[in-house]
Design a protein around this ligand. Structure first.
Ligand code: SF4
Length: 424
């Protein structure tokens, strides 16, 4: 989400006539987009802001702005802590900086505000479809910083997808903290499946459509059926389970149990053959015992995810967990649990990826490394291969020849062979 916000902020600044520079010391304006989802992310922002202080103080003509989740509704404390920062902006609220720069350069900023579609996007791009989150999981700072859910209208999103496609984008990822609850606040209450159908039908020039992140409780059969029915919507879902123990899930206020999550994954895999499932989990939540952690480990072992984003619990200000629960799992235990999850997942991925060997995969070329192409399968596996007569954004057929837990290697094939669907 922050990458998408940064691209949009950059696009608004370009409309004001500014140009990107690669070295901070050459800049007139620096915008730091902050993430505070965990303490170490916040520490990095503070370190970077502090290191920019001499740059800002070297010239009154410079502007330093801080945006993103570090900026809450009240900024008094931030003003005191960082008096050298000129502008503070909450997530997606670009207006304060645009107004300030407009005044400084004598530019009328009308038209610079709105959905800022990047002018020179890559072949893959992000499209935020819903801002904020209404779930208030007990550990999460996001609803406190990004506010309640606000969906963007379908017409606006179709228009934006067309603009991106006209600018060379071949794959879009529809973004939200909880994309599955898209639309409930719009007139007529459309849902994510309506949006997928609208973009699929009205923007045929897009090769691929993805979406993330989903909340298990809002993943409906309508959405799953749309993914299954629409050939340009990728079979790739992100469904965080967060913890395997029902007691911990309740303390997290996730609203489902271990068995309900397992049933959901069974349903997902029965409706969408070959689907890749990605998950997020937290280890060391307050009061998590070794036995409760083992239930998380078992979930990973049994459900065999295509990717696991694991993190150690980190108390965040104003959250229920921080106010009411003691952060009582030691750092050593958190680290040990993370290592065990990572080792297990590495083993699982090495087995799952090995099943790709010898299969045909449709790959979208999205970059290159050391002179060979890099791309992604429909299931978002990273593939390296050589295809001399092709270019960025092409969809090509690749036969997989080598696999590791983290990526695949393959050879380009000219045939029209269909992608092999793995049983998942
Ligand atoms: S659903 Fe996700 S973004 Fe929303 S509160 Fe829970 S963890 Fe945070």
């Amino acid at each position: 989400m922050n990458t998408a916000d940064s691209e949009r902020m950059g696009s608004a600044l370009e409309k004001l006539g500014l140009e990107q520079t690669l070295r901070p010391k050459d800049a007139d304006v620096i915008v730091l987009n902050s993430c505070v989802v965990r303490q170490n992310a916040e520490d990095r922002v503070v370190g970077m802001l502090t290191s920019l202080k001499p740059w800002r103080e070297a010239s009154p003509q410079r502007t330093l702005a801080l945006m993103g989740c570090m900026v809450g509704p009240k900024t008094d404390q931030l003003h005191k802590q960082f008096p050298f920062v000129d502008v503070f902006m909450q997530p997606q609220n670009f207006t304060p900086l645009i107004d300030q720069l407009g005044n400084r350069f004598g530019i009328d900023t009308d038209g610079c505000i709105g959905p800022h579609v990047p002018s020179n996007p890559n072949v893959t791009a992000h499209v935020p479809i819903i801002h904020g989150c209404d779930k208030f999981c007990s550990f999460c700072i996001i609803p406190h910083r990004r506010g309640r859910e606000v969906s963007r209208p379908i017409d606006e999103l179709v228009h934006e997808s067309k603009m991106l496609s006209n600018r060379g984008v071949r794959e879009i990822t529809l973004l939200g903290q909880n994309v599955d609850s898209y639309g409930h606040d719009l007139q007529g209450a459309p849902d994510l499946s309506d949006l997928l159908y609208a973009i699929h039908e009205q923007v045929p020039s897009l090769s691929r459509i993805r979406f993330l992140t989903s909340h298990p409780n809002d993943m409906s059969d309508r959405i799953l059926n749309a993914v299954s029915a629409l050939p340009r919507v990728m079979e790739n879902l992100n469904l965080p389970f967060q913890a395997g123990s029902d007691e911990i899930l309740e303390k997290m206020r996730r609203g489902y149990t271990n068995i309900e999550y397992r049933r959901l994954i069974d349903r997902v895999r029965s409706i969408i053959p070959g689907v890749a499932v990605v998950t997020d989990l937290i280890v060391g939540f307050p009061s998590e015992t070794e036995d409760q952690f083992i239930q998380t480990l078992e979930m990973v072992k049994d459900l065999r995810f295509d990717k696991v984003h694991s993190a150690a619990y980190s108390p965040r200000p104003n959250t229920l967990a921080n106010r009411k629960m003691e952060d009582d799992v030691t750092s050593a235990d958190k680290k040990n649990r993370l290592l065990r999850i990572e080792a297990l997942q590495k083993q699982i991925l090495s087995e799952m990826n090995a099943e790709y060997k010898g299969t045909h995969q449709e790959v979208l070329i999205d970059g290159s490394k050391d002179g060979i192409w890099r791309g992604r399968t429909r299931t978002d596996k990273l593939v390296y291969f050589d295809a001399p007569h092709h270019k960025l954004g092409d969809l090509v057929n690749v036969i997989i020849t080598k696999t590791t837990p983290w990526s695949l290697k393959g050879e380009y094939v000219e045939s029209n062979s269909k992608t092999t669907v793995l049983s998942g």
